[in-house]
Design a binder for this molecule. Structure first.
Ligand code: ZN
Length: 485
């Protein structure tokens, strides 16, 4: 029994010993671990901050991680490393790359900065045009250039161009402040001024008319460059008004130098015959605004009495236009009145007046085969409706006379244009008027039936009382009114 007990006791001692050894081992391991103080170390290839030029290729030079401790030093085993972040070399700026690993229960990190910069200046390219020669006119004209930058692209529009005497300096900067300057040396720029050569005479005399043809001028520089296209012409010629005028031709270089030439122009008036004084008791019957529905009847009547009259015609009623031809063939005088009788249009400008006048003159020519020189202004030369355009009657009367046309006013108003529509009164007005004048020019309108009806009584009375009826001729009294505009 006793022995059994002993053995039992022996076995209990062995367990205690084993436990004690284990505890000692654990304690030793812990102490060693504490003393070793193991941690993770990163090894980076290349610098922690790398500066790279815009647009170049980025390749991470790499990094690895191992553990190291005081007691046992670095272990060769490499830990897996994850890289966070990236680099875009096509975008300026600073990029941060984070390298990350995990060991035991902790995360470990390292950082690298990558800075993308632009230090490359833009490139300016100068173009040259083959055979290009500067002229006096332009001096040196730019042949062209381009500016490009790796980072900013096309910078041509931002080039500053400075002209000096014999060179041009081109400068441009990119957005990072890198700048480039290029110089173009210019060829010798000393040119003689161009020579202006007048075509035709230096002093030209022309008859008044609708237009004046300037024979022009040419310009050439001493290198044989034709500069005619650069000539500026300043002319005060009014072709329809007699007078002395000047045409100035000039050419101005880009630097503001000027060469000029002058031409004198004399516009002469066409001659009108001197006024002939008709015998006393001469009556000029004149009819405006036709032909119209009563013109035929009027022509028949005039034929019956062998009386000649004058028609200042219009194109207001084209259906009757051929009566102009009949009147002419029957010995009456035809003068232009107006094509459209539109005061606002014809007196708005000389050009408008001429356009209306000559359109009617052409119709008269087609009807009669002759170019008439006789006319009457709508409203007469003394009209005030033209005051919409101050002075135009003064200019038009002068211009028309200068161009060889004679205008005829009147000294007796029949009253048929608004005064009265009674034939009897018209007849009386005309008789009274004729009694007061040595020579009478009567204003009537053959588009008014009550006025046409007055013609026969007037003719009968006139013939019975020793009057002579005549058609207007270019030397007849023009009966000019005073100009009121
Ligand atoms: Zn009229």
């Amino acid at each position: 029994m006793k022995e059994k007990k002993e053995r039992k006791k022996h076995r209990g001692r062995g367990w205690v010993f084993l436990l004690a050894v284990l505890a000692l081992l654990l304690l030793t391991a812990s102490v060693l671990t504490l003393l070793d103080a193991r941690y993770v170390r990163f090894y980076m290839t290349g610098d922690e901050e790398i500066t790279l030029e815009y647009g170049t290729e980025w390749k991470d030079p790499g990094v690895y991680a191992v553990t190291t401790g005081r007691l046992f030093g670095e272990l060769p085993e490499r830990l897996p490393v994850e890289t966070l972040g990236g680099v875009d070399t096509k975008k300026l700026g600073t990029y941060v790359l984070r390298y990350k690993t995990r060991w035991l229960f902790n995360d470990y990190e390292a950082e690298r900065r990558v800075v993308i910069v632009d230090t490359t200046p833009p490139v300016i390219e100068l173009k040259t045009i083959e055979g290009y020669t500067p002229t006096w006119m332009t001096g040196y004209a730019e042949e062209g250039y381009t500016a490009t930058d790796a980072c900013d692209g096309d910078l041509t529009g931002k080039v500053r161009r400075t002209s000096e005497a014999e060179r041009i300096i081109y400068t441009v900067s990119d957005s990072s402040g890198n700048s480039t300057t290029v110089v173009r040396e210019l060829p010798d720029l000393h040119y003689d001024p161009p020579v202006l050569t007048l075509l035709g005479d230096e002093h030209i005399t022309a008859e008044a008319g609708l237009s004046f043809e300037d024979p022009g001028c040419t310009a050439e520089d001493n290198l044989g460059n034709d500069l005619t296209g650069h000539i500026q012409v300043d002319s005060d010629v009014v072709p329809w008004l007699a007078g002395e005028y000047t045409i100035r031709y000039s050419i101005v270089s880009e630097e503001g130098m000027e060469v000029s030439a002058l031409r004198r122009v004399t516009v002469t008036a066409k001659e009108l015959p001197e006024e002939n004084t008709p015998p006393a008791k001469t009556i000029y019957l004149t009819f405006d605004d036709g032909p119209g529905p009563y013109t035929e009847e009027l022509l028949d009547l005039l034929k019956k009495y062998k009386v000649k009259a004058t028609f200042f015609v219009t194109d207001q009623q084209p259906d009757y236009i051929d009566l102009i031809g009949r009147a002419f063939r029957e010995g009456h005088s035809i003068g232009v009145h107006t094509k459209l009788h539109d005061y606002d249009y014809i007196y708005a400008s000389e050009e408008n007046y001429f356009s209306d006048f000559f359109a009617m003159e052409e119709i008269v020519y087609q009807q009669t085969g002759e170019h008439t020189k006789l006319f009457r202004f709508p409203g007469g030369s003394s009209n005030t409706v033209s005051r919409i355009n101050p002075g135009i009657m003064t200019r038009l009367t002068q211009a028309m006379n200068d161009m060889g046309y004679q205008y005829y006013d009147w000294n007796i108003v029949s009253g048929d244009a608004g005064g009265t529509n009674k034939t009897k009164e018209i007849v009386q007005t005309i008789k009274d008027g004729c009694a007061e004048h040595r020579v009478s020019m009567i204003l009537q309108h053959d588009i008014k039936d009550y006025s046409v009806a007055a013609v026969e009584p007037v003719i009968k009375w006139g013939l019975d009382n020793g009057y002579t009826f005549r058609a207007i001729e270019l030397d007849s009294p023009a009966m000019h009114h005073g100009i009121n505009n």
